[in-house]
Design a protein around this ligand. Structure first.
Ligand SMILES: [Zn+2]
Length: 52
């Protein structure tokens, strides 16, 4: 699964719950940026192999 952000081909490792838009899956780097916005919840994708 790839990050859904434009022009990003990194593997998505986090699901973001966005109050004003649909949920999206993003890479760790984008999750760090996007999760700073009010109301956004970052939820690690538990079954991803990159997570211990
Ligand atoms: Zn990304």
């Amino acid at each position: 699964m790839e990050c859904t952000e434009t022009d990003c081909a990194s593997t998505a490792t986090v699901r973001l719950h966005v109050p004003w838009a649909d949920d999206r899956v993003v890479c760790a780097a984008h999750a760090r940026v996007l999760a700073r916005r009010d109301g956004v919840v970052a939820d690690p994708i538990a079954d991803d192999d990159e997570w211990p």
